[in-house]
Design a binder for this molecule. Structure first.
Ligand code: CTP
Ligand code: MN
Ligand code: MN
Length: 497
């Protein structure tokens, strides 16, 4: 086995800030300066271990600086740890020992820093990885990056989202996608970007994005983004597209006709609002407010009851953002199906009828199925699926929500309006639909891009087609689809790309 002795390092100039600090007075091992990584260890265990080591004469640094010689971590995920270390841009990182906790416990037991052995090391590339790319490399595909709802880079991703939306309004699709991809990469990082150098090995970050990151790092804000946010056209289009049923095209049309506010639109007699837009304005206050998890659960109970009254063996699953573990959503998404193919046809109609009878259906747009397996595979990228679906606005009562409403409705109403989406695929298409409707949008886009570019396969909400074998690949579960694609399975809560 390869042994690295703990070499005494040449003494550096003594640092003025260290002089006279009590904890260093009894330091016995001047050449070893330990830093304990808090991630996974937790702060209370970290402070316990710090005290223990100091009581035995070890120097433990509170922060990670270039003075540190031994980094100790309980995080067994080497890639995460190394990404974090690299993000700190330490010039002498290559000189530091990066060790797991066994070196620390051995040293405590012996009451001296033990010799560093290979078994103590947390190495940057782990041997179990079979791909030629090093483990610390972040994939260009969102479907190969675990992304939870915890976003360490919100100040950057919020700015990039503004830029993406602005491009969308100006129909610059390429740049829009580029900003979204960059934001998605930043969302997946388990650490906050603290210097531009930390971003140098990340994929999908173009020059423009890097300039924005640099500005924010330097000034705490991006002037380009602030300019957009202050722009009248951007503000107006943002306002109009926040209405259910109003897309960028309609918003632009209204803007061009000089309209700047909702009252402008509603006062203009020549503007014809479709049914969806009328409901959008009517319930604007309610449906522009986020839906909570408890409210989503309550809706689940309502739909479940409605569907089971007629089809007791129906299958109902929560999908969309709430399935990914989000605390809030703009709507609640469900999939309904039946154990037998073909029986799913009447499900949505029955649910709609039941909600109507209960007097809680405020809006309904039902789209019948146009699904035809013989028309697959579809080469159209990001096309909508052909299953029966409906877009609803449902009246939810406070008494149906566990803990009631968090916020009192303005006019003392005991209910609020909530947007609900339902999709109803035949059961043999269920796994594809579940995967497609769970999202996120960026995750789905990259799953399809990965399938096409890396596997010569076509994936959509209906099916997976292998262009090499010229056949459809069947799947009962989402795991089957990941396996067909040769991708590591991602739990729904890891798909918040
Ligand atoms: N979706 C789809 N076909 C549709 C509508 C939605 O495939 N006709 C997919 C979207 O691609 C997305 C998922 O269903 O991945 C959920 O869509 P949506 O409700 O818009 O987004 P959420 O991720 O649920 O976010 P939010 O919490 O804001 O609702
Ligand atoms: Mn949703
Ligand atoms: Mn939805």
């Amino acid at each position: 086995m390869f042994h690295t002795p703990v070499m005494p390092r040449p003494r550096k100039r003594s640092r003025p800030e260290e002089a006279g600090i009590a904890r260093h007075e009894e330091a016995k091992f001047e050449d070893v300066r330990i830093f304990l990584v808090e991630r996974k260890m937790g702060s209370s265990r970290r402070s316990f271990l710090t005290q223990l080591a100091r009581s035995k004469g070890f120097i433990v640094e509170d922060s990670l600086s270039e003075a540190v010689t031994h980094v100790v971590s309980e995080d067994c995920q080497a890639s995460t740890l190394w990404m974090w270390l690299r993000s700190r841009a330490l010039r002498n990182l290559s000189m530091m020992h990066v060790l797991d906790i066994s070196w620390f416990t051995d040293s405590m037991r012996e009451a001296r820093p033990v010799t560093v052995e290979t078994r103590h090391l947390i190495q940057e590339t782990s041997p179990e990885v079979t791909t030629p790319t090093p483990v610390a490399t972040v994939s260009q595909y969102a479907c190969q990056r675990q992304t939870t709802t915890e976003n360490h880079n919100k100040i950057f991703t919020d700015a990039l989202e503004v830029l993406a939306v602005s491009c969308e309004f100006n129909e610059i699709d390429g740049s829009c996608l580029a900003f979204r991809r960059a934001a998605s990469v930043l969302k997946s990082l388990p650490w906050a970007v603290q210097c531009l150098r930390a971003t140098q090995d990340l994929p999908c970050l173009g020059e423009h994005t890097k300039a924005v990151i640099k500005e924010i790092l330097q000034y705490g804000r991006s002037f380009e983004v602030e300019k957009i946010l202050a722009d009248e056209r951007y503000q107006t289009l943002k306002l109009f597209t926040s209405v259910f049923g109003v897309g960028p095209k309609t918003a632009e049309k209204w803007y061009r006709r000089g309209m700047r506010s909702f009252s402008d639109v509603l006062a203009e007699p020549s503007i014809h609002l479709n049914r969806m837009q009328q409901s959008g304005f009517l319930h604007y206050g309610d449906i522009s407010r986020a839906v909570s998890k408890a409210e989503a659960r309550a809706l689940g109970n309502i739909i479940d009851e409605a569907v089971r009254a007629i089809t007791p063996d129906a299958i109902l699953a929560l999908t969309g953002g709430f399935r990914r573990g989000k605390e809030f959503g703009h709507d609640v998404d469900f999939i309904v199906s039946t154990p037998e193919v073909g029986k799913e046809d009447s499900l949505l109609i029955n649910i709609i009828e039941s909600l109507k009878k209960q007097g809680i259906l405020l809006f309904c747009e039902h789209q019948a199925s146009t699904f035809d397996m013989s028309k697959l595979p579809s080469h159209r990228f990001e096309a909508m699926d052909h299953f029966a679906k409906c877009f609803l606005i449902v009246k939810l009562k406070g008494s149906q929500v566990e803990g009631g409403f968090q916020q009192m409705e303005e006019d003392n109403r005991d209910w609020r309006a909530v947007r609900v989406d339902l999709v109803s695929p035949p059961i043999d298409r269920y796994a594809f639909t579940l995967l497609g409707w769970t999202g996120s949008r960026q995750f789905e886009r990259d799953l399809r891009r990965f399938a096409r570019s890396e596997r010569r396969m076509l994936l959509d909400n209906h099916a997976l087609y292998d262009k090499t074998k010229k056949e459809f690949l069947e799947a009962k579960t989402e795991r089957d689809i990941f396996a067909h694609l040769g991708l590591e399975y991602m739990e729904p809560w890891q798909r918040n790309a």
